[in-house]
Design a protein around this ligand. Structure first.
Ligand SMILES: [Zn+2]
Length: 426
């Protein structure tokens, strides 16, 4: 039954197979230019051999005879690069101009949201994003863990998912907010206060399947209010200590200088958004090796939802995002691709790369932000984000050279995950 359903979905989406890697034969890729993110160089005349879902050989293609047991994929005219990684997604959200965040959290059933998440995962993979760090289900319980597991089991197509589950917020510091205090409404994340309680919810989330812990280190208290720090230093320390003890890294939503400072001192791995970060705090991030995910596409999308378009002068959200990028690039903080997709349409993740480039990052660095740097941030630098021997065979092929034109990443022609060709639009 599962197989049959999968087959229907796959044929509609041009996904050719979802067989686990060990069931497939060897795959040989020839003819493509190979973009090596770590050097920013393009190799020609090479063949890539994939066995059991991993890259086994990269060597000169000249003089090789095709082995009968090997499927040959001739990608002449295309550039191949590692599958892209988005470090900030919400598979359980859909664009706010379709349904407001409040209504998604309060009115949509968990079942409906999960079904939407299945389609979101398919669209993500079709778009060449083969790995996501999904940073919170926003009220949809542990549905991200279910999506991750369904993808890993081959039940549905999708990227590899690193799940953060519910995320942690302090009392009175998350939405839905602004209602009469008599109503005790469910929140878009798990509420906890004090070092003891935050340790408990970290343990609960890990037991339920979290790969990452996400904490909201600042937030607005009421709609329209500015963000202020939420958790104390002691609470953030307890969250990171508890997660680290179980081997999990922590991501912090933080825009204010003080919340970022506390989160960095607590030992988080990434800062999400970071818009008000001063040069001093960005320097602190750099010195602690903390990665910034600037979620530029979320800012652009929110500006659009308020009626802005590019014929007008920059919306304050865009001015803020550009200014942050300028300071971050000046200081030299590590920047990774984290788009906040879900605020905008799943499958449009590549917009983040276009904006990183448009706001001043070199295209070579932009590609690294969604490959080598993102993989390192995930602690998967020996498995993901590179085209090298022993690496997982997550690859995309595009028309043209993304180093010259980043927008070609928007429409991958071929997508390979775990050594399986999942999209072939040639
Ligand atoms: Zn987010």
């Amino acid at each position: 039954m599962v197989r049959k359903l999968t087959a229907v979905a796959l044929s509609t989406l041009m996904i050719t197979t979802s067989l686990p890697a060990e069931e497939t034969e060897r795959l040989e890729i020839i003819g493509a230019d190979i973009l090596i993110p770590e050097t920013g160089r393009v190799l020609t005349g090479q063949r890539i051999l994939i066995e059991h879902g991993r890259i086994s050989v990269i060597e000169s293609a000249s003089g090789r005879r095709q082995d009968a047991s090997t499927t040959r994929l001739d990608l002449t005219g295309l550039t191949i690069l590692p599958g892209l990684i988005d470090l900030h997604s919400h598979l359980l959200l859909h664009p706010y101009d379709e349904t407001s965040w409040n209504d998604q959290v309060l009115k949509e059933s968990l079942e409906l949201r999960t079904i939407r998440g299945v389609i979101a995962a398919q669209r993500t993979l079709e778009a060449g994003f083969t790995t996501l760090r999904d940073l919170g289900t926003e009220g949809a319980a542990y549905a991200d863990v279910a999506l991750r597991d369904a993808i890993n089991l081959g039940i549905i197509p999708g990227p590899r998912v690193f799940a953060a589950t519910r995320a942690i917020v302090a009392t009175g510091c998350y939405g839905p907010s602004g209602f009469d205090p008599r109503w005790d409404l469910p929140k878009g994340a798990q509420v906890a206060d004090g070092p003891v309680e935050v340790r408990k919810v970290v343990r609960q989330q890990i037991a339920a399947g979290a790969d990452w812990i996400k904490v909201y280190a600042d937030y607005r208290r009421k709609p329209g209010d500015p963000s202020t720090p939420t958790f104390s230093q002691a609470e953030l320390d307890a969250i990171v200590d508890e997660a680290t003890s179980a081997g999990l890294p922590v991501a912090a939503h933080a825009s204010t200088d003080e919340a970022i400072r506390r989160a960095v001192l607590a030992g988080v791995k990434t800062i999400e958004h970071g818009y008000q970060a001063s040069e001093e705090v960005l320097t602190l991030m750099r010195d602690h090796g903390v990665v910034l995910c600037p979620t530029l596409t979320a800012s652009e999308s929110m500006a659009r939802y308020s009626g802005w378009d590019e014929t007008q002068k920059d919306h304050p959200r865009i001015t803020g995002a550009k200014a942050l990028m300028k300071r971050a690039l000046k200081v030299g903080v590590i920047i990774a691709c984290g788009s906040d997709v879900g605020v905008f349409s799943h499958g449009d993740n590549a917009r983040e790369l276009e904006l990183l480039a448009a706001y001043g990052m070199k295209t070579e660095e932009v590609i690294r932000s969604a490959t080598t740097i993102a993989a390192r941030t995930l602690g998967k630098e020996n498995e993901l984000g590179r085209i090298a021997q022993g690496y997982l065979a997550d690859l995309i092929a595009v028309k043209g050279n993304p180093l010259r034109d980043i927008t070609v990443l928007r429409s991958p022609v071929v997508v390979i995950k775990d050594g399986i060709v999942v999209i072939d639009r040639r």
